[in-house]
Design a protein around this ligand. Sequence first.
Ligand SMILES: Cc1cc2nc3c(=O)[nH]c(=O)nc-3n(C[C@H](O)[C@H](O)[C@H](O)COP(=O)(O)O)c2cc1C
Length: 205
Amino acid sequence: MSAEFFNLVEARRAIKEFDDSHALPEEDLAKILTAAHLSPTAFNIQNYRFVVVQDKKFRHSAEFLEACWNQDKAATCSALVILCADKGGWRYPERFWRNEGEELQNRMRGMINSYYDGKEQVQVDECHRSCGMAGMTIMLAAQALGYHTCPMDGFDYGKVGKLINLPNDHIVSFMVAIGRKTAEPFPRPTLLPRDEIVIREKFSW
Ligand SMILES: Cc1cc2nc3c(=O)[nH]c(=O)nc-3n(C[C@H](O)[C@H](O)[C@H](O)COP(=O)(O)O)c2cc1C
């Protein structure tokens, strides 16, 4: 079982070319999104928002492609998930601690308020932490179902936000293109030496 997981991690690559004619079955999309929703968030705030863009006409439009810096995989993939998050998503613990009783809800409210209230940078960071985790889950879930993916941040955030009616107080983190590859990825790019990436106990300089 665990070997399967490691194979999956190794098989995931950033795919650059997708089959434009492939349609992602709704049940597979649902599995991917259900898995994404199980990705952890601090205090269980679930501040991520997954904007699933499937409309091919829209994605092939000159306006959208230009906003995506003409990365045509945003159009040719089967589904494009734009990972957004609500900066103010922490404000309503009565929603995401609803089933756990009032006492716990109040305790969480105190902790959550002192963590986020008035701290813009922390709120923004939390959006990216949550989306990062969910994005990886999306990629691995798609891979497990036999699809391919590409994470993307090469696009105009302002223009894409406008095109998807991004609400105030929300931010776009990145996108994940999901589909069927039509070309193999480049050979895996250089991995830095493990010793540079893994620090045991503390940095030594
Ligand atoms: C946050 C993020 C943004 C990325 N943006 C793009 C992108 O806009 N276009 C693209 O072709 N690849 C993009 N990539 C793919 C990376 O170039 C790729 O993941 C990296 O070179 C490692 O290759 P691998 O994913 O195949 O192991 C992005 C990856 C990440 C994690």
